[in-house]
Write a protein that binds this ligand. Structure first.
Ligand code: FES
Length: 189
């Protein structure tokens, strides 16, 4: 599962929502009679540019949308793919649905713990990877599966967009080790 990457620049400030993100949010708001209807999409836009949604960004967004901060916060905390704390550039999402549980999810978790020393919900010490298991990814016939994602779009030294979502299927612990090596090399190389 891959999609065409959208190349975007990281936000100029770590704490503020930039003009490009606000323009996208205004576009979303124009489709809804009430700002609440655009809440999840607006949070997704903030996260697309910043990687996660800080308290400051949440407050700024709520003000921009003329919404109570508490309402926006409840939307943000309900969705487990809206991050309220900083996450690694690469997101590892092993599937913990029933088929994947039966066919290797536990060994994938063990391998991740061994290779990069992270448990569920944690970010690696070098800040590069975060582990968040997800329920059924809709590929049970290929279990066990894992989704790899980039938390924000980036551009590498050669000017190539590197953001992508990739569904790894029938993943074995050996393949996982090789993949993690590749990622570490990519992130630090
Ligand atoms: S249970 Fe893992 S893809 Fe369905």
């Amino acid at each position: 599962m891959e999609y065409q990457p959208k190349i975007i620049a990281r936000e100029p400030s770590h704490h503020e929502i930039g003009a490009a993100a606000l323009a996208e949010i205004d576009q979303l708001l124009s489709h809804y009679p009430q700002p609440q209807g655009a809440a999840i999409d607006a949070l997704t836009v903030v996260q697309k540019y910043r990687g996660w949604v800080s308290d400051h960004a949440l407050k700024q967004l709520a003000e921009h949308m003329s919404m109570p901060v508490a309402d926006l916060e409840s939307v943000a905390t309900f969705y487990n793919l809206i991050f309220r704390r900083e996450v690694g550039k690469t997101l590892l999402h092993p599937c913990n649905g029933l088929s994947c549980q039966l066919l290797g999810y536990k060994s994938i978790q063990r391998q991740l713990r061994k290779e990069i020393n992270i448990d569920e919900g944690e970010t690696s010490a070098n800040g590069s990877m975060t582990l968040i298991s997800l329920p059924c990814l809709g590929a049970c016939d290929k279990a066990p599966v894992m989704l790899l994602r980039e938390s924000t779009a980036t551009i590498n030294a050669a000017g190539k967009a590197v953001i992508r979502d990739k569904l790894l299927t029938h993943i074995t612990t050996t393949e996982l080790s090789a993949m993690l090596d590749d990622f570490q090399e990519f992130i630090h190389g």
